[in-house]
Write a protein that binds this ligand. Sequence first.
Ligand code: UDX
Length: 451
Amino acid sequence: MLPGVKISVIGCGYLGAVHAACMADFGHDVVGVDIDEAKVAKLAAGVPSFHEPGLEPLLRQGVADGSLRFTTDKTALAGARVHFIAVGTPQRGGSYAADMSYVWSAVEDIIANATPSSDGPIVVVGKSTVPVGTAQGVADRLAEAGVDAVVVWNPEFLREGYAVQDTQRPDRVVYGLPDDRDRGEIGRAVVDEVYAPIIAAGIPRLLVNYPTAELVKVAANSFLATKISFINSMAELCDASGADVSRLAEAIGHDDRIGSKFLQAGIGFGGGCLPKDIRAFMARAGELGVDQSLTFLREVDSINMRRRDHAVDLASEMAGGRLVGVKVAVLGLTFKPDSDDVRDSPALDIAGRLWGRGANVVATDPAGTEAVRLARPDLHIVDSVQEALSGADLVMLLTAWQDYVHLDPAHAKTLVATPRIIDGRNVLDPHAWTDAGWDYRGMGRRSSSIW
Ligand code: UDX
């Protein structure tokens, strides 16, 4: 095997930590650099700072065999041929736009610390989700500072819970390359070397210009968000007309052109990507003078936020019109199952709103309780489903963890005060719950219909 490439990964959050571990596993010599001392200390000991299946063994292996290091010392960037920018681009306070300060400080860190390579220009690979136009700006800034670097924009599409698999065996890889063909070829060849196992596996690799690569990422996330809001708007229609959105989704999903994935109606999307990415995209479209092209995303966002209002209103309706003093068992707090991430979690938002309307909220989650205890000390968090259900006037399933999907309605009924349940993710069998004596309400779903 060829000796690995010397790589730095700047930013060791969700994306960077997974990327660094996977690149070490590909046989490269990797250093991860981050400003957060506590995060770096954990990663350097081979311990992930978040829940992600399959990550820990890769971290431990890389740290143990010396191919993977983590540090807060930016001088560690010296000597690397390839620098990956994997910092966050959160929503900027008071605006829809992305906060780009971490990207620009990563670029300044490269300027201050990277050293020239005897093999040719260094290669700076952008992985962060950025407004279109950023890659060229990064290339211009490096050139202005006299750094001989080729910039490649290589968006990531990883899903939480599948991040290792999505990094090592992605559906596709996209390289955004400079307009100068010779320099573009250098960038392509170096990134191909880094991604040798991906290239060898024949995974589609698209060579495009910078703006296309930047847009691919936000276009993909906008499409996914639109698909979810589409089915949630159908759920509103189903509620109004007596139809069942789960059966409707199943029926339209048989059409290959539509497909059945991402058609799960419920309390809507959240997390660290979809909500902020569609907002940043709208903000960027406005700057480019084409805001009309994305006005539909405003509707996508509104439909999504309405799901949360609807869940709270439904809870109030089922509790007899008011929530004050009603004991609500909330099952699930993370933005989706198999993750401990509560960023912009619809479940956590709904739990907080119920509490704000006077409900006695008792919440539980298999992975997200530590983060919630810090973020929302006012919420009563318990460690088991049994404790949450005990004496509840209303149960709300808000994150589709397998433990909750497989709850036994007969047993659950013996624990609660009143058998009423809102299935916020449409993952329970309405007939099984109704037959067991529960007042079951889904999101755009009828429990009473025999078909
Ligand atoms: C997403 C994209 O899928 C990924 O490609 C991108 O790189 C980052 O953003 P992630 O945030 O991990 O990944 O979550 P995802 O699995 O897409 O789910 C997003 C949200 O949509 C969750 O809150 C989930 O519960 C919700 N969702 C998903 C639905 O409400 N219905 C669905 O049918 C699918």
